[in-house]
Design a protein around this ligand. Structure first.
Ligand code: ZN
Length: 65
């Protein structure tokens, strides 16, 4: 599947191929049709990798199923 990902401060977000998620015990996977960016995503990109526990970070959490 495709995901827009933040890879580091000053870099444009990248459209990357990522593995399909696999649910663990007690989890489900929801088929999301689209996800929008909001000010939180912009803040993460402006503050940069100092605030990120891991990179790359998939952007968009305003989902539409
Ligand atoms: Zn948001």
């Amino acid at each position: 599947m495709k995901a827009w990902q933040f890879e580091g401060t000053g870099k444009p977000i990248s459209l990357n191929e990522v593995p399909e998620p696999v649910p663990g015990p007690g989890e489900v996977v929801i088929d999301v049709k689209a996800a929008g960016l909001c000010h939180s995503d912009i803040m993460y990109m402006e503050v940069g990798e100092v605030s990120m526990p891991f990179l790359p970070m998939t952007q968009g959490h305003e989902n539409a199923a």
